[in-house]
Write a protein that binds this ligand. Structure first.
Ligand code: F6P
Length: 368
């Protein structure tokens, strides 16, 4: 009987529990044993009770739960080979040779490395006498499939990551709440949303709430962003708007690559010599990440979880590590590392302040 393990890793995102539920149940449906690795890579390294066999009923009700019920952790030990060696041993001792990981690009890159190293890890386990040759013999290949769980929608090659629409919905809801009080007092609000290197949440929240102005990392503001923003806000005020909403991604930058902070924007809106607006800052923080998944993320988690089990069962030693994407409304398998490299290209372009390149890469992603 094939034994498939499921793990969540990196920052949690709404829909991860739906992924685990779908993978566990699909694995059982396909006649396999399903395991959950608790606490991300930490669970693989520690083994023991952190690797648990799951039954159909163990994941009952998980679709509507927020966060990740099997836990996640940043595991330093897995970055080092000795940690990965112990992880490999724990997998073999549990009879597991297929792993489905739901996480961001960092977690998925770690998985690909683990798979590439797998044969040499087994060799080392035998050489060191930790496992006997006949023990490792049936586990020659490690099959790994990735699912992208991230609220930032920051992986190239997929239209949506699991969790991004839940976070977006939460932001829109919060902005609606803020708008009521902003309008009452005729105030301005600078609202900071998540997204370290990716402005998708800020951009889409701006579109979905009709914000006055947004700041994102990929398309930094022009040198005259202060004048631009103030002139737009002034125009809106002159048209009779009683509220001003500016959305800023946490990774927002100016053309020189300098950080644009909520305080900078607030001070400008409040400047007595300029607009002189009574201005407040709201940092939405982790409310964007917590809570239950919206319908779209539950659907994505379920359909992609099912596909991940199929992919892991069909993988051969020649198959490249794949991840499950959604492209033009179709659930598809794609080579993992190509997507990771494309994603890193955007981050690197932002770092070296080549913003035209960053925007061109983002455009290409969404028009693929
Ligand atoms: O990657 C998701 C994300 O929510 C980012 O937008 C944010 O910068 C980061 O995680 C915060 O992570 P943590 O609080 O877990 O360190």
């Amino acid at each position: 009987k094939k034994k498939i393990a499921i793990m969540t890793s990196g920052g949690d995102s709404p829909g991860m529990n739906g992924v685990v539920r779908a993978c566990v149940r699909m694995a059982i449906h396909m006649g396999c044993d399903a395991f959950c690795v608790y606490e991300g890579y930490e669970g693989l390294v520690q083994g023991g009770s952190l690797i648990r066999k799951m039954e159909w009923h163990d994941v009952r009700g998980w679709l509507s739960e927020g966060g990740t019920l099997i836990g996640t952790a940043r595991c330093m030990a897995f970055y080092e080979r000795p940690g990965r060696l112990t992880a490999a041993k724990n997998m073999i001792l549990n009879g597991i040779d297929a792993l489905i990981i739901c996480g961001g690009d960092g977690s998925l890159t770690g998985a690909d490395k683990f798979r590439a190293e797998w044969p040499s890890l087994l060799e080392e386990l035998v050489t060191k006498g930790e496992l006997r040759p006949e023990q490792v013999q049936p586990y020659k290949h490690l099959n790994i499939v990735g699912l992208v769980g991230s609220i930032d929608n920051d992986l190239s090659g997929t239209d949506a990551t699991i969790g991004c629409y839940s976070a977006l919905a939460r932001i829109c809801y919060a902005v609606d709440l803020i708008e009521a009080t902003a309008s009452s007092h005729s105030r301005a609000f600078v609202i900071e949303v998540m997204g370290r290197h990716c402005g998708w949440l800020a951009l889409m929240a701006g579109v979905a709430t009709g914000a006055d102005f947004i700041f994102i990392p990929e398309k930094p503001s022009e040198d005259n962003w202060r004048e631009q923003m103030c002139s737009i806000v002034r125009q809106h005020r002159e048209l009779g708007k009683r509220k001003t909403i500016v959305i800023i991604a946490e990774g927002a930058l100016d053309k020189q690559g300098g950080k644009i902070t909520p305080t900078m924007v607030k001070d400008l809106l409040a400047d007595k010599e300029g607009l002189g607006l009574d201005t407040r800052i709201t940092t939405l923080g982790h409310v964007q990440r917590g809570g239950t998944a919206v319908a779209y993320d539950r659907m994505l988690a379920t359909l992609q979880g099912v596909e991940a089990v199929r992919a892991v069962l069909e993988a051969t030693p020649e198959t490249k590590t794949c991840f499950i994407a959604i492209t033009e409304n179709k659930i598809v398998r794609k080579p993992l590392m190509e997507a990771v490299i494309d994603t890193q290209k955007v981050a690197k372009a932002i770092q070296r302040q080549d913003f035209d390149e960053a925007m061109a890469l983002r455009d290409a992603e969404f028009s693929e």
